[in-house]
Write a protein that binds this ligand. Sequence first.
Ligand code: PGA
Length: 255
Amino acid sequence: MSRKIIIAGNWKMHKTNSEALQLANQIKMKTTDVKHTGMIMCPPFTALAAVADVVKDSGISIGAQDMCIAKEGAYTGAISAGMIKSTGAIHVIIGHSERRQYFGETDDSVNQKIKTALEFGLKPIVCVGESLEQREGNITSEVVTKQIKGAFAGLKPEDISHIIAAYEPIWAIGTGKTATPEQAEAVHVTIREVVAEMFGQQAADGLVIQYGGSVKPENAQSLLSQPNIDGALVGGACLKADSFAEIIHIAEKLG
Ligand code: PGA
């Protein structure tokens, strides 16, 4: 089954509104020729509406980087799924390792956020991945299996078609170290097997699984050529229009 390649950029806590507009405009201009590759930009909450406006007539869609479990209420500082949807964003990253590490995100909160996101018509990009210690302890497969089972508990097979999974080994995020294509492929296969066990082969075959962790133009081709690597979640290299557009064009040639 051929899956569409989807390249997403996670801007993290970068870019004021004017900087965000500039970057979004540059990326839009450099990707007007893209036909087959899915493109997503995830700016900070403060720039979502403005960036969504910039790309509304392009092939790029917008996502948030996190959301609150609750739909509404007295949660000072939090942002709900409905608020995100109202900006024009259609995706939301859930369970990024930085949220797990610094903000107490757990498999259970990831699961609840996914359910709320789906209820509001947002498409979650669900991140999983092991630490260096876990990889060295040879428990990568167990760790990722547990994260996927926890994240997707109680979902229906049809929910999977609205979800993107992202395998992001923590030791490769922002470190310049990338998983080898073979290491990443092996984990992507595990993720697909777990999803097949939970929701059936058809749901698993349709699931786009991105790799994330120091993806750059130099390594994108070898990673994206793997049969189960269906895209990339790009951090550092998405903050420059040239490198993000280059990764997208590499995907476009493979797609
Ligand atoms: P990186 O970040 O590309 O800077 O390693 C990836 C991510 O955290 O999504």
